[in-house]
Every structure is written in C-alpha cells, then in structure tokens.
Design a protein around this ligand. Sequence first.
Ligand SMILES: [Zn+2]
Length: 311
Amino acid sequence: MLDLTPMSVRDPARVPCCVSIDVEEYVHVEVARGVVDFNQWDDWPSRVERNVDLLLTLFDACGLRGTFFILGHVAQRHESMVKRIAQAGHEIASHGSNHQRLHQLNTETFRADVLACKKLLEDQTGQHVRGYRAPTFSVVRQTAWAIDVLVELGFEYDASIFPIRHPWYGVPTTPVSPFMVCNGSGSALLEVPPLVYRLGSWNLPAAGGGYFRLLPLVLMQWALAQACRQGRPAILYFHPWEFDPQMPRMPLSVTGRIRTYTGLRRAQSRLECIMRRSSRWSPIGDVLGELRALADTHPVFDLARCAVTHN
Ligand SMILES: [Zn+2]
C-alpha cells in the first residue's frame, strides 16, 4: 500500500488530493486539429457518455468525488450526462466552449467562449461554476490576459498552468503548489497546478493524460508520495476517452497515434490502483480554503512577466 501519509509537513491531515476530468470527446484532442476540424466533430460517433458513466461507476465504487471540467460543446449535446455528474456529488467546472487554445483567441473571444460555457453549465446543474481549465493548458505568459477575464467573470480558481517545459504549454518557473497569479497590475486569482515530480531543479509531469498512460505508473505514485511529504496538494487530470480502447481511430500522425492510443487498455486498472491506494480525494472546489491558505505562503506570480511580484 502506497503510504501517502506526509512525514514532515505543517499539517499532514490537511494535504488534499484531487482527481479532475476534462470532459471532452476523442475528436477534441489537440493532435486531431487539422485532421478532424470543428465542423466535422459531429460526424464522428460520440463516446463521451459511455466513458463518463464508466468513470462515475468507478468513482462511486471508491467513494471518490472529483472535479469535472466540462466542455461547452459536449454539455450542449449531453445535458442529461452533465446532470448525472452533478447529481453524483461531483464538482462542475468549465473547460470552455469550443476547445480552442487561448493562443487562437483574444480577450473578447475568450470572454464570450468562457461566459457561454459557464452560463450553460450553471443553467443545467444549478451549481455555481467556480473553476476553469483551459484547453491544452494554454494559460501561459503570452495569454496572461486570460487571468483578468477569469477574475472579471467571477471564477474562484484556474487550473491551467502546468509548471513544466513543453512545446505547446507550460510555465516552468511557477510554484509547483497552489499560488496566486496575476496579469501585471490586475487582480490575482488562485492557481491550482497539476502534479509534478521534483527531480533536483526539474519538474517532471506526473499528473495524468499521456504521462499517465505512456510512462511507468510508479512515476505518478512517487509524485503523489513526494507531494504529500512536502505538504503539496496533488492535482491529477484524466480524459474520458483515455478509458475507451474501442474508440474510433482517427487518421493521426505517427506521434499523434502514439500520444492518443497508447496505454488505453491499462488505463482503467491504473486509475483504480491510484484511487484505491490514496488517502484523501476531494473536489477542488471543496478544499479551496486550504488551497488558498497554501497559495498565500508564496508571493503573487505575475504571469505577464513570469516573475513574482514584490508588493
Ligand atoms: Zn481538453
């Protein structure tokens, strides 16, 4: 049994672990861009309800509640599924409307995209949507303006900044535990970064997605144990299609196929292993007070300058 009991943290019982699900179809993956375009998405068979129901059953069996960042495009087509997620006691959060990376948007189009999804999810569930995760973790230095928009729209946290180096995303100089982020002189927002494994000065991604399916499971287990030892919350993420070996195959590039289709058959047993061997799973929204208290131990991070503020 993996021991997630922290050994030298401020208050070991108060280190939360959070499972999050980015609720989208397999056609929404970044590597399918240019292969299956936006106007072709509905031509492909939907698999999201089958896969979300599988996750809801798994979570129920483990007594786990999580955070579901739901894409507006999916919520529009599967309202009853959104309601099932909410009725099972999970947190409803936003993954935006149309799964466009923020680099493709500006302040106005981003505001419209995020507002439409937030309103849709709140109308469908009656839950106040407090959290946001950008498609492909695309809140980075160049899209720091997104923080101002999220604050303006009343979001209480963002979960989009990955503290790693990656060609598409990532800000490797941010803290690896929750922190407050701002865009220059704008208001600060609570940022909840995905789990990494610290190896010297390196941050290795260990929070989910392709890293969960392609790399040895022990990396995620080590990262969970290390985070708990260090008093860091562990935020994991998965996608419903990652638990669907039977999903239709898109004509992706070789690297796209490796990224998307490797490890699908073992994903469910791996997730069960992680869920059953951990101590405390909570929706992110349920532990915002604790996450905020941890964030307040760091200086505010100015994403526009990629540096901490000194006020
Ligand atoms: Zn996504």
